[in-house]
Design a protein around this ligand. Structure first.
Ligand code: GLU
Length: 265
């Protein structure tokens, strides 16, 4: 399978902004193993700003744009250094691709992106993608900006015709109500279509270090499933959950690809 895995800052870092070493090691080991088993893996990783915050010893996620972008520039190096080191242990080569909204909208750049990523996959490399936060502002809806990595990962999954998009988050999946507030909330294992009723279940923004929330995940689901890609939201606390996902066991919430666009298997 060609699988796009998106990890959020809340999965990669402790609330301090410092790297969650145990978890990131488990993530890299699992992804390396899935690659060894023959799957094509593309990682969309957040964490640049969060790691920059930790590395620069800032008190929290900066509010002003230049500091945010400076943190991203520092943190992106740290992020790739960490991935390079950990994947190297399992003899896998990583490649960094940083995108902006313009790269996706511009036909030539988008084609170049696809060419690069397909060649990287042929060469056996593991592409790791993030938004180029140092040159775009991270406000959703601002021109040229993708804004957050749920959407970015869906754009990537659609661009490469992935079989599966997995969003690893700090929540188990989509619930009937906010499980942090409502004890009667139930996990929804499968969603056939992102209807207005489903959209109504999405609350606001998630943890303090990340930028996504359920609303951006549902919009990612809409994009991915419309293009024939299944999408799963699962808890990234144990990245080993990816084994169960790849084996097709019920984990988190699975959004089913729209049948009329399903790719030939
Ligand atoms: N691109 C941002 C970062 O690497 C994160 C965006 C997101 O978490 O959605 O810090």
């Amino acid at each position: 399978m060609r699988i796009v895995v998106k990890v959020g800052t809340s999965t990669l870092a402790h609330p301090t902004g410092r790297l969650n070493i145990r978890r990131v090691e488990c993530l890299c080991k699992t992804l390396a193993d899935l690659k060894n088993a023959g799957h094509e893996i593309i990682l969309v990783s957040s964490g640049a700003i969060g790691m920059g915050v930790g590395k620069l010893n800032l008190p929290g996620r900066p509010a002003d744009m230049p500091t945010k972008q400076a943190a991203a520039a520092v943190g992106q190096c740290e992020l790739m250094y960490t991935y390079d080191k950990l994947f190297e242990e399992y003899h896998h080569t990583v490649a960094q691709i940083l995108l902006t909204g313009s790269d996706v909208e511009n036909e030539v750049r988008h084609r170049n992106f696809r060419n690069t990523i397909f060649r990287l996959l042929e060469l056996g490399a593991l592409p790791i993608i993030n938004e180029n936060d140092a040159v775009v502002t991270d406000e959703i809806g601002v021109y040229n900006t993708i804004g957050e990595n749920d959407t970015l990962s869906a754009i990537v999954a659609v661009s490469v015709s992935a079989d599966l998009l997995v969003l690893l988050s700090d929540i188990d999946g989509l619930y009937t109500a906010d499980p942090r507030r409502d004890p009667t909330a139930r996990l929804i294992p499968e969603v056939e279509a992102v209807t207005p009723e489903i959209e109504a279940l999405a609350g606001g923004k998630g943890s303090s270090l990340g930028t996504g929330g359920m609303a951006t995940k549902l919009s990612a689901a809409r994009m991915a499933t419309a293009a024939g890609t299944d999408m799963i939201i699962a808890n990234g606390a144990d990245p080993g959950v990816l084994y169960a996902i790849v084996e097709g066991r019920p984990v988190g919430t699975r959004f089913l690809a729209r049948k009329e666009h399903a790719p030939c298997k």
